[in-house]
Design a protein around this ligand. Structure first.
Ligand SMILES: Nc1nc2c(c(=O)[nH]1)N[C@H]1C(S)=C(S)[C@@H](COP(=O)(O)OP(=O)(O)OC[C@H]3O[C@@H](n4cnc5c(=O)[nH]c(N)nc54)[C@H](O)[C@@H]3O)O[C@H]1N2
Ligand SMILES: Nc1nc2c(c(=O)[nH]1)N[C@H]1C(S)=C(S)[C@@H](COP(=O)(O)OP(=O)(O)OC[C@H]3O[C@@H](n4cnc5c(=O)[nH]c(N)nc54)[C@H](O)[C@@H]3O)O[C@H]1N2
Ligand SMILES: [Mo]
Length: 764
């Protein structure tokens, strides 16, 4: 009998040879180069590796699929604006092995599901479309035409278009994303959940409400010029390595850096630029001036304590707040101050877990500087009160007038390389009416105004059989989403699950009754179409749109570009009902960009401006102190301290990334900076918490989370003593997703609260 969807969704509980060393205090440098060379030599051929390292993130080159950190506008390093994890991302994509019909006939779906994520990822690039018929044990090959027809049959057989779910991961380019949402809307639904729902949705919500734009306000140049940068809930040394060069530049210009994080992440302590040979020998730059080891979810408490002391200083001296800015540009100041006064400084400080001494040092820096930038990522967005976390930071910036001026502002650091662009061009389950109206005007059909499913809603709908077809444009849905076992059942309940992918992943193995894998070109590959080789475009974390062009030959001649997949699917599904000539777009992507220009604001002269070597900036109202909120001003907000209380034996757990992974893609088994080697099933614990539970180093434990009366269990994790605040612990994503309750999410944003899971840890 074949194993259940739930068994296949779980990461296998196998162990290698765990080694634990002292965590690093320096990032990049020689070990980073060694790691890159190791990765490249194992999985890529050398010619490709050299071509890639010269073109990665270069003007006229291709955009690194690693992260959304921007490239410098002016000079770029001759070695390539590469970083260790960028090269690892490429090595993963440009593997010299491919898999097709032979591979799938040798390995059943059950067998593949018993492999670790690391092994699954290393099997090679997907080389041809594959189909899993109902009841079959193995995938078999299928032609593209048949595959499109299968999807079309299922979609057209639904009682309502709302019974289909169309997921997007954030690597999809603007061109493919725009066409995809257009197809979905013409098909008749707004069920467009995306990885952003699990990522920066809370930032988008908080920033739209307070500043009138769901994106950050700063440019790279602002970062260089900031007097003070707060890096809150983010681990750039691993997840945005190129950000460290920008922070180094800021320091050289006299800027100060504070990190607010339960962990003293190595990348933020000291940085050795791998592109600077002299620095490699002299040991690099100390980056962080003050590290604040806040408790998990202690950020509102910490920043409220700062706000209270600022208010006290303002009341004494009258020169702390930027009153001109507050009067002219903001709304809600009096209510905000009245609310703030109800809180006690000592209570807030105590709840943040930060000592008075560290508090004082950070407070002095904030008090004495006006050009402040706050950067943040998942440490703030993946909590139930995530929107409050971010609004409280905005309150601080507003008091200091640190918005819309040089060297100051908001900097939510995005994850996937085009997650921001996908939203800009319409991947949005609750798109604004203005956008829908423009679609109607341009194409002559009326898009539904009903809001579609976000990720969490989509999982529930599939579980309840209200949604019956799942289509994923990129990503690895089952491993990325919370509540693995529930979500596995949700996918298994579907009639059809389809994934457009570059690489095999667990989502191909946890299927509906039937399943399809549609293999597509990766970023690095040349995209040949009827009018020649196509370029595409992406938007980085700071709102710069630039081109990306593949340079390697495709790894198989049976791959389609994502644009071609969407066009083929739309053509097959909508047929003569469609108002759109779908196939023209795949011949010439300039036509897609012309349409985007007509429908989305800010893309004037898209095709010609895309030829500019560094791309172009999209308009950003907050950057110029225009606040497109309901009040027309920047809004102060009132945020409560989180009210959650833990039971006496509970710890609060965050699920984080190791240094050797890109989300659910596992590059290797090491987390070098944190000193962990050869293993991922570990839980980082405070040593006192280990002692009080009688746990010794590397003891095998079971982790349980209890939420609304339901207990979830993850077995076989090894406990490791680590410098993490008492009461807090950490595990890796995706191994621990089984513990994240589906119903624990950010209020109003629905971002799963995967950084605050209440757990117990025991030996049985
Ligand atoms: N190499 C590599 N690069 C990546 C990715 C990858 O997996 N690998 N993923 C990409 C994606 S999609 C994203 S979204 C980003 C993610 O980038 P990050 O957000 O940096 O990734 P996480 O590992 O989730 O780290 C969150 C950090 O927040 C801290 N933290 C957790 N809880 C709290 C809290 O309550 N308060 C505070 N102040 N800090 C907290 C953790 O200690 C950790 O340092 O990176 C992108 N870039
Ligand atoms: N517990 C916990 N859960 C989390 C998080 C967490 O911190 N903790 N982080 C969340 C976050 S921030 C995010 S963004 C999500 C990520 O969720 P996803 O975006 O769904 O996951 P990824 O692992 O990035 O997807 C990897 C897969 O994408 C495919 N792929 C790679 N490149 C391409 C391409 O160019 N085109 C296509 N079509 N496919 C491609 C490959 O097949 C690969 O297996 O996970 C979320 N889940
Ligand atoms: Mo993300």
């Amino acid at each position: 009998m074949s194993s259940s969807a739930q068994d296949k969704a779980k990461t296998p509980e196998t162990f290698s040879n765990l080694k634990v060393k002292t965590p690093a205090t320096n990032s990049a440098g020689f070990p980073a180069l060694a790691s890159v060379i190791g990765q490249v030599s194992k999985y890529m051929n050398l010619g490709d590796a050299l071509k890639i390292s010269r073109k990665l993130n270069q003007k006229g080159g291709f955009d690194c699929p690693g992260c959304a950190w921007p490239d410098p506008d002016d000079e770029r390093s001759s070695l390539g604006e590469y970083c260790e994890n960028g090269i690892k991302a490429m090595a993963e994509e440009v593997q010299n092995k491919t898999i097709g019909a032979d591979f799938f006939s040798q390995h059943s779906v059950d067998e593949l599901a018993s492999w670790t994520d690391f092994e699954i990822g290393k099997s090679g690039r997907l080389a041809e479309p594959m189909y899993l018929p109902e009841g079959a044990t193995h995938y078999q090959s299928i032609s593209w035409d048949e595959a499109f027809n299968k999807v079309s049959e299922h979609l057209n057989a639904l009682e309502s278009p709302d019974e289909a779910v169309f997921y997007t991961s954030g690597r999809t380019t603007n061109e493919a994303a725009f066409l995809y949402q257009l197809f979905v809307r013409e098909f008749g639904t707004a069920n467009l959940p995306d990885c952003s729902n699990m990522c920066h949705e809370a930032s988008g919500k908080a920033l739209s409400e307070t500043l009138g734009i769901g994106k950050g306000s700063v440019t790279l140049d602002d970062l260089y010029k900031a007097e003070l940068v707060l890096v809150v809930g983010q681990n750039p040394g691993t997840n945005h390595p190129r950000m460290l060069s920008a922070l180094e530049k800021c320091k050289k210009n006299g800027g100060k850096i504070v990190s607010v994080n339960p962990l003293a992440e190595a990348g933020l302590v000291r940085f050795t630029d791998p592109q600077n040979p002299l620095k490699m020998l002299t040991g690099g730059t100390k980056l962080t001036d003050v590290h604040v080891p806040v408790l998990i979810n202690g950020d509102v408490a910490f920043f409220k304590a700062i706000l209270l002391k600022l208010l006290e200083a303002e009341e004494e001296t009258g020169n702390v707040f930027d009153k001109d800015f507050i009067n002219e540009f903001t709304n809600g100041y009096d209510d905000f101050i009245a609310d703030l006064k109800q809180y006690s400084f000592f209570d807030c400080l105590q709840k943040s877990g930060v000592t008075q001494d560290i508090f004082d040092r950070v407070f002095d820096l904030i008090l004495n500087h006006d050009k402040i930038i706050i950067c943040w990522a998942m440490g703030l967005t993946q909590h139930e009160n995530a929107v409050d976390n971010i609004r409280e930071l905005v309150n601080l910036l507003l008091l200091k007038g640190s918005i819309g001026k040089e060297g100051a502002g908001t900097c939510p650091v995005r994850g996937h390389s085009n997650v921001q662009g996908d939203r800009t061009v319409g991947i949005w389950e609750s798109a604004p009416q203005k956008f829908l109206d423009k679609i109607e005007t341009k194409y002559g059909f009326k898009p539904t105004t009903k809001h579609g499913y976000s990720v969490i809603d989509a999982i529930k709908a599939m579980f309840e059989k209200k949604a019956k077809v799942f289509f994923g444009l990129g990503g690895n849905f089952i491993s990325a989403v919370p509540d693995t076992l529930y979500s596995a059942q949700a996918l298994a309940n579907c009639n059809l699950t389809v994934h457009v992918s570059t690489k095999l992943n667990r989502s191909h193995l946890v299927t509906g009754k039937e399943a399809l894998i549609l293999p597509c070109l990766g970023r690095a590959e040349r995209d040949y179409q009827r009018t020649g080789v196509q370029i595409q475009s992406v938007e980085n974390s700071m709102g710069v749109v630039s081109s990306t062009k593949g340079i390697l030959e495709p790894c198989s001649n049976k791959l389609l570009s994502e644009v071609a997949v969407v066009c083929g699917l739309a053509h097959a599904t909508l047929k003569e009902k469609s108002k759109i000539n779908w196939l023209q777009y795949q011949d010439d992507y300039n036509l897609v960009r012309k349409d985007i220009e007509e429908v989305v604001d800010g893309f004037d002269d898209y095709n010609s401006r895309l030829k500019q070597p560094s791309g172009f900036y999209l308009p950003n109202c907050a950057r110029i102190r225009q606040f497109h909120t309901q009040t027309g001003k920047a809004n102060f907000s009132i945020n409560k301290l989180p009210s959650r209380t833990l039971k006496p034996n509970e710890l609060i757990m965050m699920t984080i990334r190791s240094h050797d992974q890109f989300n659910t893609t596992i590059y290797g088994l090491n987390d070098r900076y944190r000193g962990v080697f050869n293993e991922r099933r570990i839980v980082f614990m405070n040593r006192e918490d280990m002692n009080s539970r009688n746990l010794h180093e590397q003891q095998m434990v079971t982790i349980r989370s209890e939420f609304q009366g339901v207990v979830r269990k993850a077995e076989k994790f090894k406990a490791i003593g680590y410098d993490i605040p008492k009461g807090c612990c950490a595990t890796y994503f995706p191994e621990a997703n089984i513990l994240v309750p589906l119903d624990s999410f950010a209020h109003t944003a629905k971002t799963p609260a995967s950084k605050s899971v209440a757990v117990t840890i025991s030996t049985n």
